[in-house]
Ligand binder design. Structure first.
Ligand SMILES: Cc1cc2nc3c(=O)[nH]c(=O)nc-3n(C[C@H](O)[C@H](O)[C@H](O)COP(=O)(O)OP(=O)(O)OC[C@H]3O[C@@H](n4cnc5c(N)ncnc54)[C@H](O)[C@@H]3O)c2cc1C
Length: 355
């Protein structure tokens, strides 16, 4: 996309939603001397381009909901001119759960002022004709499916308008700290196949590979864990039906996608960074959990990708021992929804040390 400059205030490793949202938020703060370095030929080629793109404002705990609620509010009402089309389709989402779990979810929804309503199994069947579910749950009218392509494009366009450069095919192979004694600025030299770049700060936003990138900078990792998840696309047209996600017990979700329905059994096996091959048993596991009407729908395709976790919620922090390094990692299963909130938090951390 852009050529590699010789130096920049900030180098961001990774052009997924974490890196792009950080670049966008830095540019919005007037910090535009920023380079995003993405290993692949295109941005958002890994988790950020292979996910289910659901905007679910209510997450599994308060720490995650802090960022998903803020991120979802941004997606629903982005600043004027940010996106050329609405970013969320507003089809709504139903979270299915038993009574005790519904109470917990409701309390959290109230704490975060998320619009919701208690629904029965019959209400769900009315919203998705033919979908027989065993229980009701909570209806969130403001959730929906995210236009992933437009979101990624919007972050990139706004970042570049603010001065950010995005360099693809630019794997960060080595990072050499510059302690300043040689007359440098006390930052790092970043080595890529396009040449070297001097940067004062390095943002590691490399998803599943973030600990590996830190190691290339001789900085200890934070024990990130990557968990593979499959999506099974079925030939079934659910039109305007909402997202339906059983969050209580044996989890599964279905999400309409034009002439297909994407389904997941919410599998979560721990794998090494970069393992995205699909298990052959994934299709059967999904079909076992789905309501009857969908369980027999013909298969369109199956794919897998990784959700990467730090301890607890996402980690947006400066490294104590190597203060030129800022991590934006562990976006788990909510990174697209939460991206604007995470990008803003990261930009606040980075810009505190911009000269
Ligand atoms: C199956 C599945 C379904 C999901 N569904 C949803 C959903 O419905 N809603 C939601 O909000 N979230 C969802 N997620 C989560 C979401 O996809 C992730 O949280 C988010 O995409 C993580 O973004 P990231 O930028 O941290 O990582 P990534 O998108 O993986 O980006 C990291 C980038 O770093 C690059 N990179 C790595 N090493 C280097 C290097 N050495 N040099 C340069 N570049 C490097 C990679 O090529 C990659 O592009 C889902 C995830 C999965 C796997």
């Amino acid at each position: 996309m852009d050529p590699l400059p010789a130096r920049a205030e900030v180098a961001i490793v990774g052009g997924g939603v974490a890196g792009l949202a950080t670049a966008w938020a830095l540019a919005a703060r007037g910090v535009g001397d920023v380079v995003v370095l993405e290993r692949e030929a295109a941005v958002a080629s890994q988790a950020s381009g292979r996910n289910a793109a659901m905007c679910r404002a209510l997450a599994e705990d308060d720490a995650w909901t802090e960022v998903t609620a803020e991120g979802a509010a941004f997606l629903r009402a982005p600043p004027p001119g940010f996106a050329r089309r609405p970013l969320v389709d507003g089809r709504g989402a139903v979270l299915l759960a038993g009574e005790a779990a519904v109470d917990v979810l409701r309390a959290r929804a109230l704490r975060f002022a998320l619009r919701h309503e208690v629904v029965t199994a019959a209400d769900v069947a009315a919203r998705w004709p033919g979908l027989e579910v065993a229980r009701g749950g909570l209806w969130f009218p403001d959730d929906g499916v995210i236009d992933l392509g437009v979101l990624v494009e919007s972050y990139a366009v706004a970042a570049r308008a603010g001065g950010v450069r995005i360099v693809t095919g630019a794997e960060v192979m080595a990072v050499v700290p510059d302690d300043g004694r040689g007359g440098g600025g006390g930052g790092v030299v970043v080595h890529t196949p396009h040449g070297a770049l001097d940067a004062r700060q390095l943002v590691v936003a490399a998803g599943a590979w973030s600990d590996e990138v830190a190691a290339r900078a001789h900085v200890a990792g934070v024990g990130l864990v990557s968990r593979r998840r499959h999506i099974v696309a079925l030939h079934a047209n659910a039109a305007d039906a909402p997202i339906v996600w059983d969050v209580d017990g044996d989890e599964w979700y279905v999400r309409p996608a034009g002439p297909e329905v994407w389904a997941s059994a919410c599998d979560s096996d721990v794998v090494g960074a970069g393992v995205v091959d699909a298990r052959t048993s994934a299709e059967a596991e999904v079909r076992e959990r789905l309501p009857r009407s969908l369980a027999r729908a013909p298969l369109a395709r199956v794919w897998a990708c990784q959700r990467t976790f730090a301890a607890g919620a996402p980690l947006v922090a400066r490294d104590v021992a190597s203060p030129w390094l800022v991590r934006v990692v562990g976006l788990g299963g909510h990174g697209v929804t939460a991206s604007a909130a995470i990008g803003r938090a990261a930009a606040a951390v980075v810009s505190s040390q911009v000269r």
